[in-house]
Design a protein around this ligand. Structure first.
Ligand code: MBD
Ligand code: FE
Length: 256
């Protein structure tokens, strides 16, 4: 690995050095940057910063030309071991959970369209105020997190509420950096999923709500047109939409 480390670390440092020279970075700016690195660490925001500003390039590059459905970034708010839900497949929520009720359903298939039975969909999302349980005050632990399995025809169904848009914390170092550059701190409303089935490449993705603001200005640069969904009113005050997932074959494990 030391050839790799030499190459990669060397290249990244060279590019930072070039940016310093090309932009005439001052000693004051260097010291302010050093303090900002310290602040990001103290605030526990390195996962946030990385997933907002860096992960999308890793995802796009790593999965360029993947077969089947589009993926996008994982982000910092996934928790393993959410409960596996039985019918009617309703994500755990508060009795007075706000937000428009919605159901989404579809099929999980392989890249050729053959249904995948017993595929797993791990689903997590913010509440209507854009807050993720376990990471922000408000929603109780486990809120709006759950897993569902496909039936023999590869069909799944999830009942939940439509999330609100999310803003990165404005008073933390990542938010302050974003404000300093006069960038928008918002992510459009989205539902996260990891869709997995034996013998297939797990699909880490998000579904974006078409009526949300910020679809064209996602701070995390993670929106793809194929991932925008269109909830339709069902006549009872709720909404419904469909989404089918096609999984690529598992990548051949790298030779040791
Ligand atoms: C999110 O909700 C998110 O999905 C990502 C990728 C980064 C920050 C917050
Ligand atoms: Fe998110």
């Amino acid at each position: 690995m030391s050839d790799r480390a030499n190459q990669l670390i060397g290249d990244i440092l060279r590019r930072i050095h070039e940016a310093i020279v090309e932009n005439d970075v001052t000693y004051e700016e260097y010291q302010a940057a050093k303090q900002w690195f310290i602040d990001v660490g103290e605030a526990g925001e390195w996962p946030l910063f990385g997933d907002v500003y860096i992960e999308h390039v890793v995802e796009e590059h790593s999965f360029a030309n993947r077969e089947g459905s589009q993926g996008t970034i994982l982000g910092p708010f996934h928790l393993p071991d959410a409960p596996v839900l039985e019918a009617p497949f309703e994500l755990p929520h508060r009795p007075d959970e706000t937000g428009d009720k919605t159901v989404f359903r579809g099929r999980v298939t392989d890249a050729d369209g053959n249904p995948l039975a017993n595929a797993n969909l791990d689903v997590w999302q913010a509440d209507a105020e854009g807050r993720y349980s376990s990471f922000m005050p408000g929603p109780p632990e486990g809120n709006l997190r759950g897993q569902v399995r496909t039936d023999a025809d590869g069909r799944y169904e999830v009942r939940t509420v439509i999330p609100g848009p999310y803003t990165i914390p404005l008073d933390g170092p990542t938010g302050k950096m974003t404000a300093a550059a006069e960038w928008s701190p918002w992510r459009p409303a989205h539902i996260h999923l990891i869709v997995s089935a034996e013998g297939h490449e797990p699909l880490v993705t998000q579904l974006f709500i078409d009526s949300s603001d910020y679809l064209d200005s996602d701070v995390a640069s993670a929106v793809k047109p194929e991932l925008i969904v269109h909830p339709e009113p069902t006549g009872d005050g709720g909404f419904a939409f469909t989404y089918d997932f096609a999984l690529a074959p598992a990548r051949t494990p790298a030779m040791a």
